[in-house]
Design a protein around this ligand. Structure first.
Ligand code: SF4
Ligand code: SF4
Length: 95
């Protein structure tokens, strides 16, 4: 994971976001203290987690949830809360 760091005097005044659609450039996963762990055996691919994730970090491949984009997942736990099958658990992040 490549972390982007700017010094305070390189940031736009007021922390404004000047380039629309740039969220992929910022690795917000570095903020995480807990990470979601997906259990494919319990998952029924209802996509509730995908619908509710505020960071668009649920990975779907060939129509199935396969895990999370941990470069951008902030570990909020919403996906685990909404999962009807308890197929996502939050685990302490080892850093
Ligand atoms: S909410 Fe749970 S069961 Fe539904 S797709 Fe996500 S992980 Fe699978
Ligand atoms: S923990 Fe939060 S940010 Fe990470 S995948 Fe789940 S809902 Fe998205």
């Amino acid at each position: 994971m490549k972390e982007q760091k700017k010094s305070w005097n390189e940031l736009p005044i007021g922390g404004s976001i000047l380039e629309a659609g740039n969220s992929k450039n910022y690795f917000t996963g570095t903020w995480r203290t807990f990470k979601p762990v997906h259990n494919a055996k319990l998952c029924i691919n209802c996509y509730f987690c995908w619908m509710h994730c505020p960071d668009d970090s649920i990975v779907i491949e060939n129509g199935k949830v396969t895990g999370m984009d941990l470069d951008h997942c902030k570990g909020c736990g919403v996906c685990a809360e909404v999962c009807p099958k308890k197929a996502i658990t939050m685990e302490k992040e080892e850093k």
